[in-house]
Design a protein around this ligand. Structure first.
Ligand code: MTE
Length: 322
């Protein structure tokens, strides 16, 4: 029997999920077969075929480490980080790694559009091969009050902005995940405004910390971490770090992310980490390290203030920390 046991650091789902979503989800899922397969049954044949396809960029890894970004804690063991994921398209608990293998990630293109000199659709392998890949050790702090520290591989988001050539009138970047309800079971349920969307300002996008991730632990990223291309903003709550991108749009309108659209009282545009600003339903003062199980105090901007605090100097009237 597959028994799901909650680890000490996990917030009960009823707390970590927008309330209306949690309630409607319970009624929708009671008796629904969407996730009944759990993590133990074999994948259907087509999903298994997709899961077994080799990654055409595997020869590029490992990539050289950029030593500038140092950690104040141990790296999270690979087997823990790769089996404890948020990827709501594939299920609502942390054990979605197996289900995510059904996502076909080749062919894969990323559209760069909106307020740009010229719209482009780039092939993922061309993109990855032309970018300066490096490894960075970053902390990641989830809004649910858990954290990890992992070696991401990828390239600066500033390089993607450079490739897209936004017009000077563009102020924001809107990012969008794939929409494929055939393989992502939760996208068949009307609980969230799919596809997953997130956004940032152009100033944030070109900040040196903003990183386009293509790999982790010296290998191409597994699908549960957002292959073939995701973003990571290490000073923001993890929900801003959107996975499996298919579209990046430059715009003068502030994008509304999936969580903000679902529950704007709890999740906002900026979502910078701040231990002194609690989530409406729980404290953000400390976090549980999923690698060690230890609790540690949460740091302002997740400890990255020296890189990013200046971005927010003239924005005191904004809700910068939710
Ligand atoms: N991106 C998509 N498309 N769907 C998601 O559900 N979850 C977010 C973020 N990106 C999510 C997503 C949340 S809440 C977190 S904490 C991080 O991914 C988790 O990243 P990880 O699974 O690689 O640790």
């Amino acid at each position: 029997m597959h028994v799901i046991r909650r680890r000490d650091w996990e917030i009960p789902e009823s707390q970590a999920t927008p309330e209306h979503v949690y309630l409607s989800r319970r009624s929708l899922l009671s008796g629904a077969a969407a996730f009944a397969a759990g993590a133990t049954l074999p994948l259907p044949a087509e999903a298994q075929r997709v899961a077994d396809l080799p990654d055409p960029t595997a020869d590029l890894y490992p990539v050289p480490r950029n030593e500038k970004y140092v950690l104040d804690r141990e790296l999270t063991p690979e087997r823990i980080a790769t089996s404890y994921n948020n990827f709501y398209e594939f299920g609502f608990d942390k054990g979605i790694a197996r289900a995510a293998q059904a996502l076909p990630i080749r062919p894969w293109t990323v559209k760069l559009d909106g307020m740009v000199e010229k719209e482009q659709t780039v092939d993922i392998d061309d993109l990855i091969r032309k970018m300066p890949l490096e490894e960075r050790l970053y902390r990641m702090r989830c809004v649910e009050a858990w954290s990890m520290a992992v070696p991401w591989s990828g390239f600066p988001m500033a390089k993607l902005v450079e490739l897209a050539k936004p017009l000077s009138s563009a102020k924001y970047v809107r990012m969008e995940t794939f929409l494929n309800p055939k393989v992502a079971p939760a996208q068949r349920l009307p609980l969230y405004p799919w596809p997953y969307v997130e956004g940032c300002t152009i100033a944030e996008a070109v900040n040196e910390l903003s990183f386009m991730v293509t790999g982790i632990y010296g290998k191409p990223a597994p699908k549960q971490h957002g292959a073939p291309l995701r973003v990571v903003f290490p000073w923001k709550y993890g929900f801003k770090s959107i996975k499996s991108l298919v579209r990046v749009t430059f715009t003068d309108k502030r994008p509304v992310g999936l969580w903000e659209a679902a529950q704007g009282r709890e999740y906002g545009f900026w979502a910078n980490v701040n231990p002194k600003v609690p989530h409406p339903r729980w404290s953000q003062a400390s976090e549980e390290d999923i690698g060690t199980g230890q609790r540690r105090p949460t740091l302002l901007f997740n400890g990255y203030g020296e890189f990013v605090a200046d971005l927010y100097k003239d924005l005191e009237n904004e809700k910068l920390f939710m």
